[in-house]
Design a protein around this ligand. Structure first.
Ligand code: SF4
Length: 450
C-alpha cells in the first residue's frame, strides 16, 4: 500500500516537472512516506528528520514533507519538528504537489490531514482520490509489466494491536467500474500482472444497483481483459472468507494461486485478546478447505510474537500452527505497542524484549526449515515466472551464469526464482527449470519455451 502511495506521489510530482534524485543533498524537496504499524518504522522517520534538520541549517529553502500514516497519526505534533514543512495524511496525497508549490513560494508550514479519521471520506474526496489513482498509476515507478491497483481503502476490523483503522479510516471499496477501467488502461500500456490491494482485500464489497459486487466478481471482470495474464490480491483476513475465491483460483488460470492470510497467533486466548474474530481451528479449517479446492495453493502468513500475556504455551501453539499449515513463507514481527490502540490502552507490554527476540528467531527458524523443504519439491520442475529484472544480490557463481545477468522473477504462487538471462526479459513470462532451492529462493535456467 505504501509502495503504491509513494509511486503515485512520485508520478504526480514528475508530471509537475520534478525529477527524482538519489541524493538528499541535490534535492529541492524531500518526501518521507511513513508507516505507523510498528514503532521502529516511526523511529527511523524521526532519525531521518534529525539529519534533515542539520541540512536545513545550510539550505533553509529545502522543503521537507512527511506524508502517509505517521503524518495522519501525529499531525500538528510532527509539524512542530524544526525540519518539517508539510504534514499530509493518506487521504490528502492528491494535494501534495499543490501544497509543495505553495511552500516553495513562501516559507511557512502546512498541515493537511483528516480531522475525523473514522468519518467516511466525502464524495468529493473519494473522487479526488480515485482520479489520483487513475491519473498517476505510472508503471515507471513500479516493476516492468506489473502494477498495483488499490481496490479499497481503510479497515473496520480493529485488531487490538493495530493502528491502521486510526490512520487509514473506515473500510471503503472503490467502484468496480473505476477499477476495471484502470486495469484496462494499464493493460493497454503493457501491464501484464495486476495486484489488487486492500487491508482486508477479501472484504471488498460494492453495491451496484440491486447486487453487491465482491472480490470474486472483480477477479472475473478483470480476467476478461485480454492483456492481463496474472491477477494477485493481498492481504486477506481469515474471517469472513468467501470460499468462492478459492473456486476462482481453481477455475480461472489468470487468478494466481497465492494466498497471503495472516493468522497472527496459534493460541485462541491470544487471538481473542487480539480481537481477530476467529479461532485457531477456524483458521485451519479455512486453509484445509482452500487446499481441497486448490491443492497447489501457496499460503503465506504473518505472526506477531510477544503479544501482551503470551506465555510459552501460547507460543508453542503458534509453532504448532506453523507446522500444521506448512506456509510457503511467513512474516514474523515482535509485538510493538502502538499508541491509541486497545492493546496499548488496556494491556501491559508484558513480554520481555529478549523473550520476544528469542521467539521471533525460533519461529523464523522453524518456518525457514519448512520453506526449504517445500522449495526442494520444485527441483526438477519447470515453472512459469514473470520476470522482474536483474537481481539486486548475486546468487549464482560465474560458472552458472554463462556471463549473463542474474535475473529475478516470481511464479504465480509467489516463489522467487533466480536464473541467468538477458536483462531485456524484464516484464515477460518465461518457463524456468529449477535446479537448486534454498528457503527463500529457487534457482534455475531458462527452459525451452513452449
Ligand atoms: S485487519 Fe486488523 S491488522 Fe489488518 S489492517 Fe485491519 S485492524 Fe490492522
Amino acid at each position: 500500500m505504501n509502495k503504491l502511495d509513494s509511486s503515485l506521489v512520485v508520478s504526480a510530482l514528475q508530471e509537475a516537472g520534478y525529477d527524482l534524485t538519489d541524493s538528499v543533498r541535490d534535492a529541492d524537496v524531500v518526501l518521507i512516506n511513513t508507516c505507523s504499524v510498528r514503532g521502529h518504522a516511526e523511529d527511523r522517520v524521526l532519525s531521518n528528520l534529525g539529519h534533515l534538520k542539520h541540512l536545513k541549517k545550510t539550505r533553509p529553502e529545502l522543503v521537507v514533507a512527511v506524508i502517509g500514516c505517521m503524518a495522519q497519526r501525529l499531525g500538528p505534533e510532527l509539524l512542530k519538528h524544526p525540519a518539517v514543512d508539510l504534514v499530509a495524511g493518506p487521504s490528502q496525497l492528491p494535494q501534495v504537489p499543490d501544497l509543495i508549490a505553495q511552500l516553495r513560494g513562501q516559507h511557512d508550514k502546512l498541515l493537511a490531514i483528516t480531522d475525523d479519521i473514522r468519518r467516511p471520506v466525502s464524495e468529493a474526496e473519494d473522487q479526488a482520490l480515485d482520479t489520483f489513482e487513475q491519473d498517476f498509476d505510472s508503471d515507471e515507478n513500479q516493476l516492468p509489466g506489473q502494477a498495483f491497483v488499490r481496490i479499497m481503502r481503510g479497515c473496520n476490523k480493529f485488531c487490538s494491536y493495530c493502528v491502521v483503522p486510526f490512520v487509514r479510516g473506515p473500510e471503503q471499496s472503490r467502484s468496480p467500474a473505476a477499477i476495471v477501467e484502470q486495469a484496462r488502461k494499464l493493460s493497454d500500456r503493457g501491464i501484464r500482472q495486476v495486484t489488487l490491494l486492500g487491508q482486508t482485500v477479501n472484504s471488498y464489497r460494492h453495491v451496484e444497483g440491486d447486487r453487491t459486487v465482491t472480490l470474486v466478481d472483480l477477479l472475473e471482470r478483470i480476467s476478461r481483459i485480454d492483456g492481463i495474464h496474472w491477477i494477485r490480491f493481498i492481504t486477506s483476513h481469515p474471517k469472513p472468507f468467501d470460499e468462492r475465491i478459492f473456486q476462482a483460483m481453481a477455475d480461472n488460470p489468470k487468478v494466481c494461486r497465492y494466498l497471503h492470510i495472516p493468522a497472527q497467533s496459534g493460541s485462541d486466548r491470544i487471538l481473542k485478546a487480539m480481537n481477530r474474530g476467529y479461532t485457531c481451528d477456524d483458521y485451519i479449517r479455512l486453509i484445509d478447505g482452500a487446499r481441497r479446492i486448490v491443492p497447489d495453493i501457496a499460503v503465506a502468513g504473518d505472526f506477531i510474537v510477544g503479544f501482551p500475556g503470551e506465555t510459552d504455551e501460547d507460543f508453542e501453539d503458534t509453532c504448532e500452527l506453523v507446522r500444521r499449515i506448512r506456509y510457503k513463507n511467513c512474516f514474523i514481527f515482535k509485538y510493538s505497542p502502538r499508541p491509541g490502540t486497545r492493546a496499548d490502552q488496556k494491556l501491559a507490554d508484558s513480554v520481555a524484549e529478549e523473550v520476544k527476540k528469542r521467539r521471533n528467531i525460533s519461529l523464523l527458524d522453524l518456518q525457514n526449515k519448512i520453506s526449504e523443504q517445500e522449495n526442494r519439491n520444485f527441483i526438477g520442475q519447470t515453472v512459469e515466472v514473470f520476470v522482474e529484472g536483474p537481481s539486486k544480490n548475486p546468487h549464482l557463481n560465474a560458472s552458472e551464469t554463462q556471463a549473463l545477468p542474474q535475473l529475478v522473477g516470481r511464479t504465480g504462487s509467489d516463489s522467487i526464482v533466480v536464473f541467468p538471462g538477458p536483462a531485456n526479459l524484464a516484464g515477460s513470462f518465461l518457463s524456468v527449470r529449477i535446479a537448486k532451492a534454498s528457503a527463500l529462493t529457487l534457482f534455475g535456467e531458462v527452459a525451452p519455451q513452449s
